[in-house]
Structures are given as C-alpha cells and as structure tokens.
Design a protein around this ligand. Structure first.
Ligand code: N0T
Length: 542
C-alpha cells in the first residue's frame, strides 16, 4: 500500500492547459477537469475568515475555491515573508476536498494599489504612480516603475516557491491569477518622463503581428503613428502586459502552474456589429485585458495562458457577446468571476456548454457582506442555492464533461432576456429550445395565450448538451423545452425518440438510469423542470 501511494503521488502531473481544434481543457492530475468554482470575498484571505468560505463552497457543491493571497499579507515588512495563511488555506482545502486558484493581489487590485504593503503604498519616489497629461499624480502605480516590478516579482516568486514546497506532491493549487482587474481608470497611460520616452519608441514587431495598424495607417512606426486614436490604450495595455509577463515568467520558472489575467470589462461589441470598437474615452480601465487588446496581451505576455472576463453585466445579449469575444483558438474561455445573483445562474449552462474551463460566481462566502447591485442581496443559503442545484448535477460528471468539451462535442444555451426560442445546430441534429412552456401541449392549446408556466417570471432556463454518439445526447438543464430534429443527412427523415433516460452520473462518471421518459413526458418535447435534470437521449429515424 505504501509503495502504491508514493507512486500515485509522484505520478501526479502539473496542471496545464491543452488545446485541440480550438477547444481547451485544464488538465489536473493528467486529465481534463471542470472548474465548478466559487470566489471568496476580497477580505476572506485570513484563517479566521475561512470557515464561512468552506461552508458556502460546500453548500454550492463547488470543487474549486478562488481566493486572494495579498502582497501586504505575505510581505508586510520588506524581505520578511509570512506564509502562515497560505499553509492554513492549503491544509483546509485538502480537508474540505477543494482545489485552489490563488489570486495574486499585488501591484494592481481593481487597478489600485490597496493590497500592496505599506512600504510600497506611500513611497512615490521608489514606486512611482502614473502621471496624467497635466502632470498630476494618479492613484495607480505605473507599469513602468522598475523597482515596483522587481519588488512585486520578488514577492510573487517567494509565493510560488512556497506553494511548490508545500503542494508539489498533491497539486491542491491548480492555477494562479496574476494581479486582479488591471488597468487604470481615468488616465489612458503614464505621461511621466518614462512614459513619454517609451511611447515615442517603435511598436514592437510582436505587437504589430497580433494587432496590425488600423486601415489607412502606417504598418509600423511609433505608437501614435501606427494606432492613432487607439495609441494610448494599446501602449498602456502593452506596458501592463509586459510587467505581468515578467512576474508570471519568474513565478513559472520556480513552479509552473497555469496562469491567467482577469478583466473588468468594457462594454462588449454586440454580436451582429462587425465595426471596430471605439477608442478609449475614459469609459473603462485603460490597459486592462479587454477583448479588443487580447492580441497585445498574447504578444507581450506569453507566460499568461488566457485573459478572462469578470461578468457583472446581467443582460443576456451582453453575456453572449462577452463569451464569444473571449473564447478564441488562442484564448481558452474561463469565467473566473460572475455576479452571484440568481439571474446569473442560468449562464452556468451556457458557459460550461460552450466548453469553458470553468466558472466561479463571486462572493460564494457566508461573510456578512454583499456586493449588491453587482450580485445577490442574500448572504446565506439563498444566495448559494441557484448555483448549488446546477453544480450538484455537474459535480460527479465534471471530468467526463470536460473531456467532451475538449473534443468539441458540447453546446450551451441560457434563456435570453427576450424569452425567445433559440436553436443549436449539432452534427446531424438540431435542438430547438423554448422557454416559459407548460410541460403538456402547445401554446395553441391554451385558452389564454398570454399564460405562462409558474416560476418563469424571470429568465432562468438553460441547457448544456453533449453529443456523445451520432444520435445520442446528454442534456443537463432546467426550465426549458428541448426538441430534437434531423439536420444534414437526417434532414428529410422523420425521427422519434428511441430512448429518453432520466438519471445521473455517479462518482465514477458511470450513468445510472432512474427512469425512462415516455408518453406525456416526451410528447411535447423534453420539458426540463425547475430542478436541474440529466437526460440521456437516443434518437432514431425511419
Ligand atoms: C470585482 C469584484 C471584486 C457593469 C466586485 C468588479 C473583485 C473584482 N470587480 O465585487 O472587487 O475582486 O475583481 C468590478 C465591476 C465594476 C462595475 C461594472 C458594472
């Protein structure tokens, strides 16, 4: 027994990302892993606050906790490191059966320096802040401050060394977020002496390759020559991404975990609008990894695996546009933050169905704090419940799902704010999805055509679909009617259900059939109830 457990421990591979035909997976212990996450509140990164975090995470049926490690906390006095919190966190994560994503709150947290140690916060000479056009000092630390970069990097490397020391055997920590929502509000870039000098330099070739000059502008030159009205934002994005690259590269050199950056979004481009986004006009944090500068981050920060959206825009058309713009062949989709209000829960189906590495509502934590109106008002079980019921069905099949997602076999839909039907085209089959339906009959059966099923006052429907065989599907959903019809080779053929099994996946990912749906339960499509339900459906043609 002893030999076996040692062999198993040494066999545990480093977590890493893989890509296959534009789809991605996060490998944990050598196999695809679905992050059913929750993020703790900002100030829960102390041992005394952790019990309320675990309680909420467990109620949520989550498998991963995202939680800050603050620079001020590990290096309160320069060069004197204290990893007591990290030790407690990792030990308790193991006791609670959770994986960890560590959030490095360093030079930038929501763009500001509030999580830097005091010896950094107030020393403008050694750690310069950005300067605006009029020479006024900004709140934000400059990405061109060499001493700031050296100090942040040193602390981050110390953290990664420590994580390697305590966790290389078990891999409880599976990923690291470098900084938090970087960029700068109010000022487009650093106009200080260093900023002016760097801004006058030619745009690096790697940046030009990712973000070519807009039509009608010179293909190379300095930042203003090439990018015109976009120059300040692009330059600042490059400066911040380059700074982050130095930190991530040094951290990965000591312990090579996947690393990513998160983004406080600019307004997304509507899906049907092909125009280029407008230049920065103080309407979002300049320099952050917004969808329009992902290419610049790719060029400047190759040690960052992906840029990820923090979704606090509840509108369904915006959520769809955000997911579309961050899911790229060169950028795995992952939603490391999302509002924890009930209306966001249905997006879990869309996000997971699209093949994301995972998702984490923000504030899954029973600390007495709510970030309403971004998230829920509730700070108890009522806040967790809408997510918990969905995570519960995904939890035992997470790795199976992540494998299907990597293979490009999955789709996801959430009910739109317009409540309108949607369609999904799969291989040989089309799914038509409608909402607010009664479980029996069609709308024309109703005397009152404006009558809708109880419990559908607010959009709450969603489904994630995996095509597991040519004519076979796994559906996981709630508050939705699903109808399948032939497409492509099956288009002209009449079809019917061969089998509609309701059941669940057990802990080993094996299907456990509970009953077969037929008769009223299938005559009007597959009407998934408010309780998330898993169906294994096989179609046949005649
Ligand atoms: C998030 C969280 C936390 C459309 C807010 C969101 C977290 C940070 N910031 O609770 O502070 O650490 O990443 C900023 C959203 C701005 C408002 C967008 C309105």
């Amino acid at each position: 027994l002893h030999t076996v457990s040692i062999a198993a421990a040494t066999a545990a591979e480093m977590p890493r990302l893989v890509e296959q035909n534009g789809r991605h997976a996060l490998l944990v212990d050598g196999a695809p892993f679905l992050v059913l996450g929750g993020q703790a509140q900002n100030s829960s990164n102390y041992p005394a606050a952790l019990p309320k975090v675990w309680e909420a995470l467990k109620d949520a049926h989550a498998n991963t906790l995202e939680i800050p490690v603050a620079w001020e906390q590990i290096e309160p006095r320069e060069g004197k490191f204290d990893f007591g919190y990290v030790d407690t966190l990792v030990a308790q994560a193991r006791q609670n059966g959770m994986r960890l994503v560590l959030l490095w709150f360093g030079t930038w947290k929501n763009t500001g320096p509030s999580y830097t140690p005091e010896w950094v916060k107030f020393d403008n000479t050694r750690f310069p802040r950005m300067v605006d056009k009029d020479g006024k000092t900004s709140y934000c630390l400059s990405p061109l401050g060499e001493a700031t970069l050296a100090a942040d990097k040193k602390a981050f490397v110390a953290l990664m060394e420590h994580v390697r020391k305590i966790d290389a055997d078990k891999k409880t920590v599976i990923m690291v977020q470098v900084e938090n929502e970087v960029g700068t509000y109010g000022v487009a870039r650093d106009y200080g002496a260093r900023g002016q000098a760097a801004f006058a330099q030619p745009v690096p070739a790697a940046v030009l390759a990712q973000q070519p000059a807009p039509a009608g502008r010179p293909a190379q030159g300095n930042w203003s020559e090439v990018y015109g009205d976009y120059a300040e934002q692009y330059f600042h994005s490059w400066a911040i991404a380059s700074y982050i690259e130095e930190i991530a590269k040094a951290g990965r050199a000591v312990y090579d975990l996947p690393m990513y950056v998160n983004n406080a979004l600019r307004d997304p481009q509507p899906l049907d609008d092909p125009r280029a986004p407008l230049p920065w006009r103080a309407n979002f944090a300049s320099g952050g990894p917004t969808y329009d500068v992902i290419g610049i981050y790719k060029a400047a920060a190759p040690h960052i695996d992906f840029a990820a959206p923090d979704i606090y825009m509840p509108e369904s058309n915006k959520v769809s546009a955000i997911l579309a713009s961050f899911q790229r062949r060169d950028n795995a989709l992952m939603v490391p933050e999302m509002g924890n209000a009930e209306g966001y829960a249905r997006y879990v189906y869309q996000i997971i169905g699209k093949g994301a590495l995972g998702v984490a509502p923000f504030g899954i934590d029973y600390a007495e704090y709510s970030n309403y109106p971004l998230g829920a008002k509730y700070i108890d079980r009522r806040m967790v419940e809408p997510f918990a019921k969905i995570y519960k069905v995904f939890a035992p099949m997470g790795r199976t799902w992540a494998k299907w997602a990597l293979a490009g076999r999955t789709w996801g839909v959430a009910e739109g704010d317009d409540r309108a039907p949607q369609t999904v085209e799969m291989n040989g089959w089309k799914a038509t999805l409608s909402f607010r339906e009664f479980q029996f009959g069609e709308r024309e059966y109703l005397r009152d055509k404006t009558e809708f099923a109880a419990g559908t006052e607010h959009p709450s429907g969603g489904v994630a679909i995996a095509q597991v065989g040519p004519d076979e599907f796994v559906l996981i959903g709630q508050q939705i009617r699903v109808k399948l019809s032939g497409l492509g080779a099956n288009k002209e053929k009449p079809s019917m259900y061969a089998r509609v099994e309701e059941g669940r996946f057990d802990k080993d990912g094996k299907w456990v059939m509970e009953r077969n749906w037929n008769g009223d339960q299938t005559d009007y499509g597959l009407n998934l109830p408010a309780t998330p339900t898993v169906l294994k459906v096989r179609m046949g043609t005649y």
